[in-house]
Write a protein that binds this ligand. Structure first.
Ligand SMILES: Cc1cc2nc3c(=O)[nH]c(=O)nc-3n(C[C@H](O)[C@H](O)[C@H](O)COP(=O)(O)OP(=O)(O)OC[C@H]3O[C@@H](n4cnc5c(N)ncnc54)[C@H](O)[C@@H]3O)c2cc1C
Length: 399
């Protein structure tokens, strides 16, 4: 049963259109991070916005996520409400070796079940309408813009809009309906575990075990006594099996499980398409706006949402989207370097992390990856050779 209904969230502050101007209608499909942030941006600009969310009510599943401090500058006070912990150190492990990286600006652990209501309140405060139990089915052009078919609480309804934003996740139905090709996804599985006594609550651990995954395992503390231990893999069953084996080896007990498929960014997904006289946009996971080096999608999805929101309002957006595109491209380059790494390459990588390289990694965050990459290779030029080796070994990796 739903504890909180949409009307209980906030008092609505709907902006009015200027005299003689017809209010533009925007429909956002998906009431999660990227969709709600787009809705707030567009509603603050004076459009009438309706968010369609297929879930029956407003109780987002609990999930601990790690983000860089860029998140704070993106969301201001809404960020503060969702932060549950700060990370000041990373410990990297591979084959008996380890390296520590102290972060100058701490990473943030945010709780999704607090973030989504905070974003929803902001969207509603700007005048956006939220409709739950409303599933997007299809779209088609009409005279002025777009006609949208939805299933609302079991009944078919038809809505009209000038623009539609697909913020409906990796398996986006909006993208499919408007003709975007499907995006590739990988499984992410994590177990909630008790934090080991020797792991401080401000430290995230990362293990590179290339026999299990071309990505990595992580243990992110969400509090002083609990953390999320996870893995990204390539095959769903095999990924879960590897995590179970890892838990057993490290003597962890899974208190809870979380998981989903995450998009893999391989190339920029153009965010806009014209359908008749209307415009369709994609944001967040629906547009694969995910850092493929670490498979983090919150900060990049919010960036995409801001860019698309500004594009709908005709107040810019190009700059934000170009920065995002560059950023995602650098993460794809890093992934191509790391993906074919074998154990000896990770061992060498950890050995090459000298003090000054670790300083760069601690000072510059993962959401400024081009600057970070440049700074790291300037301080340890031997990493260029290792990187080139990775790229050559990974020539088979599809691009
Ligand atoms: C276990 C796990 C851990 C993660 N950890 C991190 C992390 O530490 N850091 C990080 O940055 N990222 C992390 N991610 C990735 C991050 O959570 C996603 O990139 C981000 O949540 C995507 O947000 P979104 O709004 O684009 O899409 P989603 O959160 O997928 O939201 C899509 C919304 O659309 C709705 N919807 C779908 N279809 C329809 C339809 N037809 N009609 C109406 N509504 C519809 C869904 O109900 C949902 O609410 C993690 C993901 C998982 C699964």
């Amino acid at each position: 049963m739903c504890a909180a209904s949409e009307s209980e969230l906030v008092a609505v502050n709907r902006p009015t259109a200027r005299r003689g101007e017809q209010t533009k209608e925007t429909i956002v499909v998906g009431g999660s991070a990227a969709g709600l942030y787009t809705a707030a941006t567009v509603a603050e600009g004076g459009h009438h916005v309706r968010v369609l969310e297929s879930r029956k009510c407003f109780e987002p599943a609990s999930r601990s996520l790690i983000v860089t401090d860029h998140f704070r500058s993106q969301l201001g006070s809404a960020a503060a409400e969702s932060i549950v912990n700060e990370i000041r150190r990373f410990e990297l492990f591979t084959d008996g070796r380890s390296a520590q990286i102290a972060l100058t600006r701490p990473d943030l652990i945010i709780e999704r079940s607090r973030l989504i209501p905070a974003l929803a309140r902001r969207a509603q405060h700007a005048g956006a309408e939220l409709s739950f139990d409303t599933r997007f089915l299809s779209l088609a052009p009409n005279g002025r813009g777009l006609r949208v078919q939805v299933d609302s609480g079991g009944s078919r309804e038809e809505l009209h809009a000038d623009s539609i934003v697909g913020a409906d996740g990796a398996a986006s139905r909006v993208a499919k309906a408007a003709g975007w090709p499907p995006i590739e996804t990988v499984p992410l599985v994590q177990a909630i575990v008790r934090l080991p006594k020797d792991q401080p609550a401000d430290t995230t651990r990362v293990w590179f075990v290339p026999d299990d995954t071309p990505y990595f395992y992580w243990l992110i503390p969400e509090s002083a006594n609990r953390g999320a231990l996870g893995i990204i893999g390539e095959d769903g069953h095999e990924t879960k099996r590897c995590l179970e084996h890892f838990l057993e080896k490290k003597r962890f007990e899974a208190l809870d499980w979380q998981g989903a498929r995450i998009p893999v960014y391989r190339r920029w997904v153009p965010v806009r398409r014209r359908v008749g006289n209307g415009e369709v946009y994609l944001v967040g996971d629906a547009a694969a706006q995910v850092k493929v080096s670490t498979v983090g999608g919150i900060v990049t999805g919010l960036r995409g949402a801001l860019g698309v929101g500004q594009a709908i309002l005709r107040t810019g957006g190009q700059r934000e989207l170009s920065t995002l595109r560059r950023e995602l491209g650098t993460h794809w380059l890093i992934r191509r370097i790391l993906h074919p790494f074998q154990q000896k390459d990770y061992s060498l990588l950890v050995d090459l992390l000298n003090e000054s390289t670790r300083e760069s990694l601690g000072e510059i965050n993962r959401d400024e990856s081009t600057r970070l990459l440049w700074s790291v290779v300037c301080r340890q030029p031997r990493l260029i050779l290792l990187g080139l080796r990775g790229l050559l070994m990974g020539r088979g990796l599809r691009s």
